[in-house]
Design a protein around this ligand. Structure first.
Ligand code: SF4
Ligand code: MSK
Length: 649
């Protein structure tokens, strides 16, 4: 059994792991240890239970069966399993988008939701060819929401947002026959193909998975991000704090958790209600404090500066502080174990999604037509629970870090171009000159197989030291913020000389918090804008850019990895995809797929080595564009002995 210091690098987590052990409580780390040894067939992707002639498993050592009862090979079994992960991941992001679309329809009809970014609504309406002249906001919102809903059931053609990708990237998709047609259609087609006796060609299954993943990144996820910005406001830079130390001993603590901000937006509004604040005071609390876990936290951080209590592996630890009066969960990454730990404290676990109930939780379902009323009711229940705390068991680690969040494809453009000449030109010029060596997206979850946050932080620091600007979302963003990488001063401490010059000139942190997991769509738009600005190639695969997910665990992360590669981003995974018992499939994903999309996967659990794979890729792309190497000496020098020819030569 590992010690707390072997389980996490986060001091608040380490302190709480000691505390829960003292109290005889168990967490995901303990359950992970109890699960050992985990099934080797599953880890290698070699177990199939797609029909009741099975379950079948392939012997990776060649001593046992090499085919399932139906004749499915290791490559086919692993490909179908992986494809199903992509389908689930894409469904999660996209069904989230569907609910946001419904909230926008509710806003168009009047009620609690209103349009907060009318300008973005008009811009999107124009992009989609919807008449904007002399139209009321509610008319426009209705048309945009209905058009967005149409993207789910569309049967032919291309999803609208794919038009945002560079032309050459789209051409690659056309040539590979992976242009996503409709979001639901792609998910269904992919699942259909994995039925017994369906698509028997592992590569064909993978290409269908790529198409479905593109329907997520350039479909569901992008719809969620764009419509949330319109409904709830487009983020701007703001300051906040993160880690368990944001919980308040003397206030009512309401912790939101999950992914969909449709209710949590209302909780933000309701938490400021004077009557509710007065009720809290009447119970002896000094106020109402809202904070969050995972991506619901990231959503309300980005738009309101609400502090973040922690990332995925801290959800149980937050309750173990003894001060969480309610944990309000929606969907995705909400551990079923929460009900048990909440039951051992006074915490009310409140489930709110019609798609996700938790035995042992109080279910208060979100109804968009009375969202504010429901939010107030949840806050009232939380306040009433405040006096039930066992103060003798309270333990809040005095650990939290400042951060700047709120970066978007729109405001990075303003930030780097200056308020009066907003443009991507300065960013492109900084990359072309080598002051910024390249761009990296580092994203993803926590996973008890890996020391919590260690991979996120080490990979990010290595990239920064080598003048790579990092954009991040999800639980990586929270990990980086906890480690102090998201304040402008972090550039002085961690960035190489070139990146530091840029950060100092514009007051940027070297790591840009771009939101929740669905907001990786912001990074796709940002990179497309960089291509459109010129001088850095003709498609996303030409860019000196790479992606990583050091501690990923979810099916959504698989879908994200697939759309990143299909979009042209070399993607390094700290935890391998479950394909390693399938040599042909592994070769396809880590090698051959590059022929098709200009990008591939790599698996590397050592974060410094992973960062260096990304930097090697960035350097190779710079050389292919005839750009010079990094402007200044960096700890990890380019491998090429000859300096690349400068752009000016
Ligand atoms: Fe076995 Fe084939 Fe059925 Fe899978 S689909 S369980 S490999 S018989
Ligand atoms: S919350 S998907 S653990 S990043 Fe988006 Fe974190 Fe991964 Fe969930």
């Amino acid at each position: 059994m590992k010690t707390p210091k072997e389980r996490s690098v986060d001091p608040a987590t380490i302190e709480m792991l000691d505390h829960v052990a003292d109290q005889g409580l168990s967490t995901a780390w303990d359950r992970f240890d109890a699960m050992q040894p985990q099934c080797g067939f599953g880890q290698l992707g070699l177990c199939c239970r797609n029909c009741t002639m099975g379950p079948c498993r392939i012997d990776p050592f060649g001593d046992g069966p090499s085919e399932g009862v139906c004749g499915a090979t290791a490559d086919l079994i692993a490909a179908r399993n992986l494809a199903r992960m992509v389908a689930v991941g894409a469904s999660a992001h996209s069904d989230h988008a569907r609910d946001v679309t419904r909230a926008m329809l509710a806003a168009a009809e009047g009620g609690d939701y209103t349009i907060k970014d009318a300008e973005k609504l008009r811009r999107l309406a124009k992009e989609w060819g919807i008449e904007t002249d002399d139209r009321s906001l509610s008319d426009l919102a209705k048309d945009v929401a209905e058009t967005a809903l149409g993207q789910f059931g569309q049967q032919e053609g291309a999803l609208r947002f794919t038009a945002r990708a560079p032309e050459i990237t789209r051409k690659r998709w056309e040539d590979a026959n992976v242009v996503p047609r409709g979001i639901d259609r792609e998910v269904v087609c992919l699942l259909h193909g994995t039925h017994i006796g369906g698509d028997s060609d592992p590569k064909s299954v993978m290409m269908a998975a790529m198409r479905t993943a593109l329907a997520d990144g350039w479909g569901g996820s992008m719809i969620a991000t764009e419509l949330q910005d319109i409904l709830f406001r487009t983020p701007e830079w703001l300051r906040s704090r993160t880690n368990l130390g944001v919980l308040k001993e003397d206030e009512v603590n309401i912790v939101v958790h999950g992914h969909e901000p449709v209710l949590s937006e209302m909780l933000v509004a309701a938490s400021q209600d004077r009557d509710l604040v007065a009720l809290a005071e009447s119970k002896g609390a000094k106020g109402i404090s809202l904070s969050g876990i995972c991506c619901t936290a990231n959503e309300i951080l980005m738009r309101h500066g609400i502090p973040v209590a922690g990332n995925f592996l801290q959800q149980e630890l937050a309750i173990a502080t003894g001060v969480v009066d309610s944990m309000v969960v929606d969907i995705q990454c909400v551990m079923p174990a929460l009900a048990d730990i909440a039951g051992r404290f006074h915490t009310k676990l409140i489930s709110t999604s019609k798609k996700a109930k938790v035995p042992g939780a109080t279910h208060i379902e979100l109804d968009e037509s009375k969202a504010l009323q429901i939010a107030k009711e949840i806050i009232r229940i939380s306040i009433e629970n405040f006096p039930n705390r066992d103060t003798a068991r309270v333990k809040i680690p005095d650990v939290s870090s400042p951060l700047i969040a709120g970066f978007t494809a729109e405001n990075v453009f303003t930030a780097l171009g200056g308020r009066y000449r907003p443009s991507y030109r300065p960013l492109n010029d900084a990359i072309i000159s080598g002051r910024i060596r390249g761009l990296a997206a580092v994203v993803g979850c926590n996973n008890p197989k890996h020391m919590q946050d260690a991979g996120h932080i080490a990979i990010t620091k290595e990239l920064l030291a080598n003048d790579v600007l990092v954009a991040t979302t999800g639980c990586t963003a929270i990990a980086d913020a906890k480690a102090g990488l998201m304040c402008p001063e972090a550039a002085t401490e961690y960035a190489g000389k070139g990146l530091l010059e840029i950060c100092e000139a514009v007051g940027l942190p070297p790591v840009l918090h771009m939101g929740a997991c669905v907001d990786i769509s912001r990074i796709l738009v940002l990179l497309s804008n960089v291509v459109a600005e010129g001088g850095l190639g003709e498609c996303l695969a030409d860019l000196p850019a790479a992606a990583a997910a050091p501690e990923w665990m979810s099916e959504k992360a698989v879908a994200i990895g697939f759309y990143a590669v299909a979009s042209g981003a070399f993607t390094v995974l700290g935890e391998p995809l479950p394909v390693q018992g399938a040599p042909g499939l592994t070769k396809f994903l880590t090698d051959e797929v590059e022929e098709i999309f200009g990008a591939k996967f790599a698996f590397e659990s050592d974060p410094v080595k992973a960062a260096r794979l990304m930097i090697d890729h960035i350097d190779a792309k710079r050389a292919a564009l005839h750009l010079p190497g990094p402007m200044y000496e960096t700890p990890y020098a380019p491998k090429t002995a000859e300096p690349a020819m400068s752009a000016a030569e």
